[in-house]
Structure formats: C-alpha cells, structure tokens
Write a protein of this length. Sequence first.
Length: 59
Amino acid sequence: YIDQYEIDVIRRYEEELYQFVETKHPEIFSLIKEKKVIDDEIEPKLISCLDEFRDIFAA
C-alpha cells in the first residue's frame, strides 16, 4: 500500500492512516488488540479499510 509513495510522504501517510482507522474503523484496532493476530475475521476488514484510505489519501 505504501510502495507508490516517496519516503518523505510515508510518515504523513502513517499518521493519517492511524487517525483514519481510529475514527472510522475503531473495531479493527480493538480486534487486533484483543486477538493479538490478524486472522480471517480481521483481514478482510483491514484490507477494505486500507483500500478506502488509499483512495482518500491519493485524492
């Protein structure tokens, strides 16, 4: 997801992604914290969230 960005943009990407997940999809962090693994329940939610954020960040 970040291969397309220059190194100087990655820090901003990371910060904005964290805020995005925290505000729009907080259940993802909760599930990862609880299970301590990205399992078959979490993975599709995470992928969907990353896809959604990619579109917003690229705009």
